[in-house]
Ligand binder design. Structure first.
Ligand code: PEP
Ligand code: MG
Length: 586
């Protein structure tokens, strides 16, 4: 048994936060609380309701105490994760439904809360979008805290950990990540979790290497085992051999060296050898991600996805709530600009009281700008909040999933109404720039007509590739057919930028393609003005940019456009990159 335990084993999970960590296993108790549903006598029902509400209050007290404790070491932008959990503790669905279950079914408080959690889970599991689906984890974390209070189980805080260890847990909450002391915890791995969970986002912001979604890792290791984790690839090695140990030690040193070198580019301008400037910006969902943007050096935020404000709740956020969130982000980034995208949910991703769950093809359904135009009052509340935030720094706004000019005109008409309502009441930037996402093939075909209506284009290559090639972006069986270098995609990218420039407006890209350094020569050569990506990609893209001339990039783009297949364009591009920039891709 022991010899089996000491044999090296390799597992593959989801790389949640890049970096290589080597250390000793420290299993931390983050298992789910086991609770059973039982019937209670009628006269005990008020008592169960009272147990539930006092457990809620205690959970709130704990979170407030944690916030105070972390306030000296973490800025408010990180502590807002705790605020999100506090808000959930007041969620009308969570509180109301649990109370109703106790009262209607005559069951204990734990059983009732588990039932409510079950309803939340069914809802989130049915959501197609990875990012939205993982918001379900936040609800589980919060419910777990309340359940622990009801059954009287305490959790050891991660701050108590000593030694250089890798934390192994069933799941880690965002609050756990905030408590990690990087001197003592080298990294973490968990059974549950996904790339876009709050915890993973925070781990990336603090650069704590982590691998999640390993399913049963807590049962496969024990305290004292040695672990290697690679947060970029998701590889986890239990009790590595000497050769593996040496290999990863070298990889770790190399990774840290490359990171340090890349960070030297932080304050250098994003421009080509011949002085052509390109703006490199960040995509964010949470204000806490701005720390990483600052560290990696950005020209602002090119895509703020506002969806996160609409999760984990049964009612829409008010104008005031939205205003506070947008204004905080704008103030944080000032004087750099923030480009805010209006709500991009709908279809099966809709969390409002509209029942859209029966749509046959949610990706082609009532979503994004289509949904906003169907709900003009909610849309106007979001527009008012965005405009009011523009009083605190440079704000641009743009609409997702535009398919034609009529939608742009309708959205702009509502924007005008909102401006009129705000005049004299709230300050805002009268000249706020208005753009659209180009991510539907019809928008490409009529890019010239659309360019006449707006101040900028931002290409969503994730959806543009999906809709142009009819490849579901979430279907892992089709991933080899999701081809950014398909001639149809490259020609579309050229049509878009040419139409924008002919109309004198900027062309930007905010899909994943923008953050891949291999595509930089093509996007630069086609003439794009701005790329927006994950913070860590910025110095990588900047490094290639600073080694190109515009002339060279134009020649690369021209040649790439002439290939008949994505594979040929890919081989050509890889050859060019290897010949010109090999050392940049180490
Ligand atoms: C895109 O489609 O490329 C994009 C940036 O938007 P999202 O990924 O949010 O759909
Ligand atoms: Mg999109």
């Amino acid at each position: 048994m022991d010899s089996e335990r000491n044999e090296s084993r390799q597992l593959k999970g989801i790389g949640a936060s890049a970096g290589i960590a080597i250390g000793e296993v420290r299993i931390t108790d983050r298992r789910r609380v086991a609770v059973t549903e039982v019937m209670v006598a009628r006269e005990e029902i008020p008592c169960e309701v009272e147990r539930f509400t006092s457990a809620l209050e205690r959970a709130k007290g704990e979170l407030y105490a944690l916030k105070d404790q972390l306030a000296s070491t973490h800025g408010p932008e990180h502590l807002c994760v705790i605020d999100a959990h506090l808000m959930l503790l007041d969620d009308t669905m969570l509180v109301g439904e649990t109370t109703q279950y106790i009262e209607r079914l005559g069951i204990n408080a734990e059983g009732a809360l588990k039932r409510t959690l079950g309803r939340f889970k069914t809802f989130f599991e049915g959501v197609e979008d990875d990012y939205l689906r993982e918001r379900g984890n936040d609800v589980e974390t919060v419910v777990e805290r309340v359940l622990r209070n009801m059954v009287g189980e305490k959790q050891e805080p991660l701050t108590k950990i000593d030694g250089k260890v890798i934390v192994v847990a069933h799941d880690l909450s965002p609050a756990d990540i905030l408590q990690i002391d990087k001197e003592k915890v080298m990294g973490f791995i968990t059974d549950l979790g996904g790339k876009t969970s709050h915890s993973s986002i925070l781990a990336r912001a603090f650069e704590i290497p982590g691998v999640v979604g390993l399913e049963r890792i807590t049962g496969e290791v024990q305290d004292g085992d040695t672990l290697i984790i690679d947060g970029a690839t998701g590889v986890v090695i239990i009790n590595p051999s000497q050769d593996e140990f040496k290999e990863y030690l070298q990889k770790k040193q190399r990774y840290e060296y490359v990171e340090r070198e890349l960070l030297k580019l932080r304050d250098l301008p994003a421009q080509t050898l011949d002085g052509h400037r390109m703006r490199l910006k960040g995509n964010v969902e949470f204000i806490e991600e701005t720390a990483s943007l600052e560290k990696h050096g950005s020209d602002g935020i090119g895509l703020y996805r506002t969806e996160m404000l609409f999760f984990n709740r049964s009612t829409l956020p008010t104008e005031e709530e939205q205003f506070e969130a947008y204004a905080a982000l704008v103030k944080k980034m000032a004087p750099l600009p923030v480009t805010i995208r209006t709500l991009d949910i709908g279809g099966d991703k809709c969390l409002t009281d509209l029942d859209l769950s029966d749509e046959m093809n949610p990706a082609l359904g009532l979503r994004a700008i289509r949904l906003s135009l169907r709900q003009p009052e909610s849309f106007k509340a979001q527009l008012r909040a965005i405009l009011r935030a523009s009083a605190f720094g440079e704000v641009k706004l743009f609409f997702p999933m535009v398919s034609g000019v009529a939608e742009v005109r309708a959205a702009k008409a509502l924007l005008e109404e909102v401006k009129e309502e705000l005049r004299g009441r709230h300050p805002f930037d009268e000249k706020v720039q208005v753009g659209i996402m180009i991510e539907i093939p019809s928008a490409v075909v009529i890019a010239d007509l659309l360019a006449a209506e707006v101040d900028f284009f931002s290409v969503g290559t994730n959806d543009l590739i999906q809709y142009t090639l009819a490849i579901d972006r979430t279907n892992e069986h089709l991933s080899s057919l999701f081809q950014p270098l398909h001639p149809a995609v490259l020609r579309s990218l050229k049509t878009i930028v040419d139409a924008a420039h002919a109309a004198g407006i900027d062309a930007c890209i905010c899909g994943e393609m923008a953050g891949d350094p291999e595509y930089l020569p093509i996007l630069l050569g086609l003439g794009y003005d701005e790329l927006s990506m994950n913070a860590v990609s910025i110095p990588r893209v900047k490094k290639i940019l600073r080694r190109c001339t515009l002339e060279e990039a134009r020649a690369v783009a021209q040649k790439a456009l002439n290939f008949a297949t994505a594979a040929e364009a890919d081989a050509y591009l890889k050859g060019e990159i290897a010949a010109r920039f090999s050392e940049s891709f180490d």
